[in-house]
Design a protein around this ligand. Structure first.
Ligand SMILES: Nc1ncnc2c1ncn2[C@@H]1O[C@H](COP(=O)(O)OP(=O)(O)OP(=O)(O)O)[C@@H](O)[C@H]1O
Ligand SMILES: [Mg+2]
Length: 271
């Protein structure tokens, strides 16, 4: 905590990165997945991270959440500098302060929906807040599915179980990596609507990776990533604004030497 590089916390970002870099491999096979990322994610906001495949989106989430270590720079959850924590403290952070939702649901097949949702509390030896459990499962429309096994649930229902599991311990931050990637449009809308509601009504902070401009438009803000760097920011994103922002990124890649011909986009691209 006594670190000169600690960000100024006047706005109390829920999550922050400072000069965050991540290099995979060594020698010839080196890949710079994150290249000096500086970004704040405000408390009580729903942010979407977008960018081309391989731009570092998953790596950024993993390093911020302490699932992967940084090569240099700092990541913060609240006032905790994740990048300096030792194993036990990291496990503690992940169990009590962070929730995850993955594209592939990652439910345990031998356990019912209810048992899956309560799993994080069991692992952490925490008591169940029944009122919160009931609120979550009712809001997610899971009340009459709680005794079902994952194989007896639709994809959308399984993902809603995974979201309830991510939120059951009331984490400060929920990281969701392409949570609607394996869902049909209708199930995707259910999941996105709930994520937005949980930010508005339940005061959660959510950071979501998505490739889908329509999904991103559920967020309060889009952060664009390209080649491991922050490449833009779109507030109150509409699907059209997101598409323009992504197009502008693509054009930056394709014609790096052209000047004065960047399309005008409503986001702040390539600052
Ligand atoms: N464990 C790893 N070992 C080596 N290289 C890795 C590893 N994980 C990621 N990379 C590389 O780091 C870069 C960023 O990967 P990352 O998974 O963060 O991209 P992404 O933006 O999430 O892409 P996608 O949209 O395809 O999921 C890529 O070039 C990838 O090949
Ligand atoms: Mg990814």
């Amino acid at each position: 905590m006594h670190n000169a590089n600690q960000p100024h916390l006047a706005h109390r970002p829920a999550v922050a990165a400072r000069s965050l870099s991540k290099v995979y491999g060594s020698g010839e096979g080196t890949v710079k997945a994150l290249d000096g990322v500086d970004v704040d994610f405000a408390e009580g906001q729903f942010t979407a991270i977008m960018g081309p495949s391989g731009s570092g989106k998953s790596t950024l989430m993993h390093v911020l959440a302490g699932l992967d270590n940084a090569t240099s720079g700092s990541a913060f959850i609240g006032q905790t500098e994740v990048t300096t924590l030792k194993d036990n403290a990291l496990t503690d952070l992940r169990r009590h302060r962070i929730g995850f939702v993955f594209q592939s649901f990652n439910l345990l097949p031998m356990f019912t929906a209810e048992q899956n949702i309560l799993m994080p509390l069991d692992l952490a030896g925490q008591k169940v807040d029944r009122a919160w459990f009931d609120t979550l499962t009712a809001t997610l429309g899971l009340t009459d599915r709680l005794s079902h096994l994952p194989s007896q649930l639709s994809g959308g229902q399984q993902q809603r179980v995974a979201i309830a599991r991510a939120l059951i311990s009331k984490p400060e931050v929920v990281f969701a990596d392409e949570p609607t990637g394996n869902l049909d449009t209708r199930s995707g809308v259910e999941v996105l609507s709930f994520l937005r509601r949980s930010v508005r009504e339940l005061g959660r902070t959510i950071i979501m990776v998505t490739h889908d401009p329509a999904a991103a438009s559920y967020a309060d803000r889009v952060v664009l990533l390209a080649d491991g760097k922050i490449a833009g920011n779109i507030d109150q994103p509409t699907p059209d604004a997101v598409l323009s922002g992504l197009d502008a990124l693509r054009n930056l890649d394709d014609v790096p030497t052209t000047t004065g011909s960047q399309p005008h986009v409503s986001g702040e691209v390539a600052r």
